[in-house]
Design a protein around this ligand. Structure first.
Ligand SMILES: [Zn+2]
Ligand SMILES: [Zn+2]
Length: 257
């Protein structure tokens, strides 16, 4: 499988995942034009996507979904509650995902699991093809037992390291927004992500994508240092760390088992 963070951060999120015979986009939070351009830059024609799958209705995850699906006649998958809440999605070929259901696209299986976040029905994803398992959890306030269980035994993880707790505390956001971000329905801090990752380490872990890093309440250096500390403190695996950004697509990771 091949994984690339097309964009990651509070201004836009999208993840490209490719198996031997399927290609999907998880979230589409950039303009259709920019998504098309960034996909092309990694050698993917947008019209060749098999599905655009949306995790929740926040604009940074779905702003380009309607235009992209219409332009290339792509099916849009999400939970019915999410579909009903999508802002100005327009006419699209909508396919319902089921809570905790499995979507099969040839050799690729996409499973959802619920996360706590301030959206109507936010989900994380497990994508499986052959022996490769990819776990994605990018907007969640707390790590529930279910989230921890579902993300076990992945070769590739996409985890949010949204904020540094001290920077958020000292930063410019109004108190109510600070409360929202650090609350049960907000985003994971570097510390929370590091603690989660510590529980997910196993010999087959090959890559960790750091996602949704706040440009106001975090730095790539702080997030990376915190994650490095977890990885340096163990010797069961040595995954590659890849940082997601809003401005440019990340490098792609090719996972083979
Ligand atoms: Zn969100
Ligand atoms: Zn988000």
């Amino acid at each position: 499988m091949r994984i690339c963070q097309i964009a990651s951060g509070s201004k836009g999120n999208s993840i490209y995942v490719e198996s031997d015979s399927s290609r999907v986009l998880i979230d589409a939070g950039l303009s259709a034009r920019e998504l098309t351009r960034r996909l092309l830059a990694i050698g993917v024609a947008a019209q060749d996507l098999d599905a655009v799958i949306i995790s929740h209705e926040h604009r940074d995850h779905c702003s380009g979904a309607g235009p992209l699906c219409r332009r290339y006649n792509l099916p849009l998958y999400c939970l019915p509650q999410t579909y009903a809440a999508l802002p100005s999605i327009g006419a699209v070929d909508y396919c319902a995902l089921e809570t905790a259901g499995v979507l099969r696209l040839r050799d690729l299986e996409v499973e959802t699991f619920p996360v706590t976040h301030d959206a109507v029905a936010p989900v994380g994803f497990i994508l499986t093809a052959g022996r490769v398992r990819v776990g994605i959890a990018t907007d969640l306030g707390v790590v529930t037992r279910l989230v921890r269980e579902r993300l076990q035994r992945c070769q590739v993880l996409v985890l949010e390291t949204n904020h540094d707790e001290q920077m958020l505390q000292d930063g410019p956001y109004p108190w109510s927004l600070k409360q929202r971000i650090r609350g049960r329905h907000g985003h994971l801090s570097n510390n929370q992500a590091a603690e989660l990752l510590g529980d997910l380490l196993w010999p087959e872990l090959q890559a960790v994508f750091m996602a949704h890093i706040s440009e106001t309440n975090n730095t790539v250096e702080l997030a990376r240092q915190r994650i490095d500390r977890v990885l340096n403190g163990q010797n069961s695996c040595n995954p590659q760390l890849i940082v997601g950004q809003v401005a440019v697509a990340s490098e792609s990771f090719e996972c083979r088992t």
